[in-house]
Ligand binder design. Sequence first.
Ligand code: DGL
Length: 273
Amino acid sequence: MVVAGESPIGVFDSGLGGLTVMRSLIDLMPNESLVYIGDTARYPYGNKPAAQVRDYAVELATSLVHDHGAKLIVVACNTAAAVALDVLASTLPVPVIGVVEPGARALVRVTHNGKVGVIGTVGTIASGAYDKAVERTAAEVVLSSAACPGFVEFVERDQTEGDEVMLLATQLLAPLKAAGVDSLLLGCTHYPYLAPVIQAVMGEGVVLVSSANETAFAVRDLLESQAIEAPTKAVGERHFYSSGDVDAFATLGRRLLGPELGSVSRWKKGTSS
Ligand code: DGL
C-alpha cells in the first residue's frame, strides 16, 4: 500500500476521551491532517468483554484506513489499546500506536520514590497491560493500580466537578493514596478532564501523568522514521465522526478540545462519510 505524507493520521476512542490525544497531536504537529472517530453509540468500552472491544477496535481502525486513507492509526483509548493493539498491528497495512506504552514510559520517568500508580477502566486494569508495559521499561518501581468505573460516564455527561464525582473519586483513589504513590498515570484518555478532582483527592504532592503528549511524541518519531510526515508547510485538516449523537458530540467536544472541532459527521460501519 502506498502511503503519502499528505494522508491523514487516523485516531479513535470510545467517545470524547481521545480528544485529549488529539489536542497534543494538533499542538505538536499542526501540519498533519487528522481524522477522529468517537464511538459514542457503543461507549463505554471499559465494562465490555475484551473480545467485543477488540471487534470494535478492528472495525474503527479498518474504517480509518480504508474509508479515510489513514497512513497511521493512533488508538487513543487505553481499553482498546490494552486488548487490541496486537491484532491491529499484525493485521493493518499501516503502523499503529497505542497510549499504553507511551503512558508507562512517562510514568516511570517522573517518580522520585519509586511508588507509581495507574488508574483506568475495569477492562484496562483487568487486562494487566500496564503491569506488562511498566515491567518492559525495566524501571525499579512498584506499581499500584485501581479501576475507576463511573469516571468515563461523568466526562461523557459533562459532569467533571461537583460533590458526586468528588465522592466517587475519594472512594476509588483511596487505595492509591494508601500506597503512597508520588505519580499517578491517568490510564484512560477521558481522565485528564477530571484532573482537578483527581488532583484534589490525591493531594498536590502527587504528579498526574497523561499519556497524550508522550503518545504525540511517539507518533512524530514514527512518522519521521517511516518518512511519511506531512510537508512542513501543509495546513492540517481535521475531521470528526461520531457513531452516536453528532450534535451532542460537537457541542461537548468543542468545549473539551477547542475551536479545532468543527462539524461532526455520523460514523456508521462501512459508510463513514
Ligand atoms: N477513553 C477510554 C480509555 O482510554 C474510555 C473507555 C470506555 O469507554 O470505558 O480507556
